[in-house]
Design a binder for this molecule. Structure first.
Ligand SMILES: [Ca+2]
Length: 218
């Protein structure tokens, strides 16, 4: 049974939704798929002042990602830095989500790469059309890279490499969705740590690669 590339999803101008709660972000992401709402309420913010954030980048001459259901993987635009708006509060927490309709109950392989300023949690889940949790492919409570507490910059994330210098990677096989009526939902909780620095940007960038097994044509 061959494994084929299904889709690459990158943060950008028409990808994710945002909210002040994860559940609401998830519902909005599902509505974006089911209602074909063409809006995007997270904005592309560009790199931090001085260009200090690490950039998730594709190779300029990459033409891999052969047989695709929707489009070749390599044509997906490079991930962009996004936030809910262009202002970044001290200790601000925002939630971002992307939903993808389940197209097969065969095994999937999913890889997610994330940059965030500052700490984040990542959830990869199957949800029904109402946003109810069906199963979680990431650990309970999500994958995390640091405490979701506003003052962690004072007692935990105090020295280089700071969390905004890190790229987090996760991948898994054996992802078997329950129903074609459901959705893969990717969601992030991101907190902007408090700091005494005069400039304290917040941001998120991500790439999702999805592969799935298909039955060969007889
Ligand atoms: Ca920050």
């Amino acid at each position: 049974m061959p494994l084929v590339d299904l889709k690459r999803i990158t943060s950008g101008t028409n990808t994710q939704v945002d909210s002040t709660s994860r559940e609401n972000a998830i519902q909005k992401a599902i509505h974006k798929v089911t209602l074909s709402i063409g809006t995007q309420d997270a904005v592309v913010i560009g790199n931090a002042p001085g260009g200090i954030w690490p950039v998730l980048s594709t190779y300029e001459n990459d033409t891999s990602g052969g047989i695709a259901f929707e489009e070749f993987l390599f044509v997906a635009p490079p991930p962009q830095f996004i936030w809910d708006d262009n202002t970044f509060g001290q200790g601000e927490i925002r939630y971002f989500a992307v939903a993808l309709r389940v197209g097969s109950v065969e095994e999937h392989v999913i890889a997610v790469t994330t940059f965030a300023d500052n700490a984040h949690r990542l959830f990869v889940e199957e949800r029904n059309i109402f946003g109810d949790l069906v199963s979680s492919f990431t650990p309970e409570g999500g994958l995390f890279d640091g405490p979701i507490t506003a003052n962690a910059s004072e007692n935990e994330d105090k020295a280089a490499p700071f969390n905004w210098q890190k790229i987090h990677i996760w991948s898994s096989d054996d992802i078997r969705p329950d129903s074609l009526s459901n959705f893969f939902v990717f969601s992030w909780e991101v907190i902007n740590y408090k700091t005494t620095d005069t400039i304290n940007p917040a941001g998120l960038a991500f790439q999702i690669d999805i592969y799935r097994y298909i039955q060969p044509v007889a």
